[in-house]
Design a protein around this ligand. Structure first.
Ligand SMILES: Cc1cc2nc3c(=O)[nH]c(=O)nc-3n(C[C@H](O)[C@H](O)[C@H](O)COP(=O)(O)OP(=O)(O)OC[C@H]3O[C@@H](n4cnc5c(N)ncnc54)[C@H](O)[C@@H]3O)c2cc1C
Length: 368
């Protein structure tokens, strides 16, 4: 089979699903390839930055997201390795911060893409992508059978370990033993953490805890590969035996160019990853996907050339992150240097306004 589309999107997570829905609504013929079968959980803290609501509004999905099982997050607490703690109410925003399991959110968004008219092939992994005289040809595999499809544009929405980026010749520096690994599981929710997000510094790493509804707590931990067993032991002592951990690596990676003149566009984590515990990744995935779909609509509608739209999307993508990256650097410094965090928490106990200000910058609404 050799199907032909305007756009092939690899990855049906938040970035891929939203890019597909918006592009299809604009009249494009879109194919989405997704390796997994939804619903599926994934390594994530499950917290939605309030800026996501504007995107859900534009998609007409706000009520549907609110109807998913979720937890409302009202308080944030920090606990250092030595047990120094600080807790306060989150800054109020119009529609507040919630946490919702990715198995629910991602299934809703991908279903919306299908309803909008995108063709979605689940259980289908990209195994090859090659530039052709016009557009791209992708090779995919499903249940051992190989298929091919072509499109004028190829969108990488396949997350931080993007296969598309690899086939397109974009290389992140090779991992080192200093790379961190992320671990995640859901456990029964302890009453003390209802409505509270907690950030903890641990022997061998750090973690974030968030209620997610359905009587569950999201436990997300991060550390160097050699420290993973001690982090799991901490979680078992705290929450009881955990059978199913999901893992992901690396946590940090160089950003790639968000688009190229050969018709390759990157959205969400495939383009750029941010420090996970700032709770912004899903928003960047949704918003970059909207921007890429709108840009592609301009070329497909004949209103501008590919190079013009590539430049426009790259500018918009860069400005989405501009002014926010210092928060990521600060968050990274805090998680990687527990001694600094310890001192900071002690000082902040005397002047909680500082920490409240910084937290509002991290979990407060972003500007789209
Ligand atoms: C430990 C941790 C905690 C986090 N906590 C938060 C948080 O609380 N809030 C927040 O906003 N962000 C958080 N993030 C970041 C967030 O998870 C990501 O930014 C977000 O998932 C990016 O969405 P995406 O659609 O770009 O990629 P993904 O969600 O990774 O989706 C990519 C999709 O592509 C599919 N895929 C991959 N390869 C292929 C292939 N070859 N063929 C076909 N399909 C493929 C995958 O199956 C997947 O469904 C966290 C991240 C980590 C690691």
């Amino acid at each position: 089979m050799n199907d032909s589309f305007d756009i092939i999107i690899v990855g049906g997570g938040p970035a891929g699903a939203v890019c597909a829905a918006v592009a299809t609504a604009g009249g494009a013929r879109v194919l989405v390839l997704e390796r997994a079968v939804f619903p599926r959980d994934k390594v994530c803290g499950d917290c939605l930055n309030p800026a996501c609501w504007d995107v859900f509004d534009r998609l007409g999905l706000t009520d549907a997201v609110r109807a998913l099982p979720h937890a409302i997050l009202e308080r944030v607490s920090f606990v250092s390795r030595r047990g120094h703690g600080l807790e306060f109410a989150m800054e109020k925003s119009d529609r507040g911060e919630i946490a919702v399991r990715r198995r629910h959110l991602d299934a809703l968004l991908l279903h919306h893409a299908m309803q909008s008219g995108a063709e979605v092939r689940q259980n289908t992994a990209l195994i090859g992508a090659a530039r052709k005289a016009v557009g791209w040809e992708v090779t995919m595999q499903r249940d051992g059978a190989t298929q091919r499809a072509r499109a004028r544009f190829l969108v990488a929405a396949d997350g931080r370990n993007s296969t598309v980026a690899r086939f397109a010749g974009l290389r992140a520096p090779r991992g080192t033993s200093r790379d961190r690994v992320g671990l995640q599981a859901h456990v029964p929710l302890p009453a003390a953490l209802e409505r509270t997000v907690q950030m903890r510094w641990l022997e061998g790493g750090y973690g974030g805890l968030a209620p997610v509804g359905e009587g569950l707590l999201n436990v997300s931990l991060a550390g160097r590969p050699g420290q993973i067993e001690s982090l799991k032991a901490w979680a078992a002592a705290e929450f009881g035996a955990i059978d199913e951990w999901r893992t992901i690596a690396p946590l940090a990676r160089r950003a790639f160019p968000a688009a190229r003149d050969d018709g390759l566009f990157l959205v969400g984590d495939a383009a750029r990853v941010v420090e996970p515990f700032t709770g912004e990744g899903i928003f960047y995935a949704l918003r970059s996907a909207e921007l890429a779909a709108a840009a592609l609509g301009e070329v497909l509608g004949g209103r501008c050339s590919t190079p013009e739209t590539v430049r426009a999307y790259r500018r918009q993508h860069a400005s989405l992150y501009r002014g926010r990256l210092w928060i990521n650097r600060l968050a990274k410094a805090a998680v990687l240097h527990p001694g600094v965090a310890e001192t900071f928490l002690k000082l902040a106990a005397r002047r909680p306004g500082w920490l409240r200000f910084l937290t509002s910058k991290v979990v407060g609404p972003l500007r789209a």
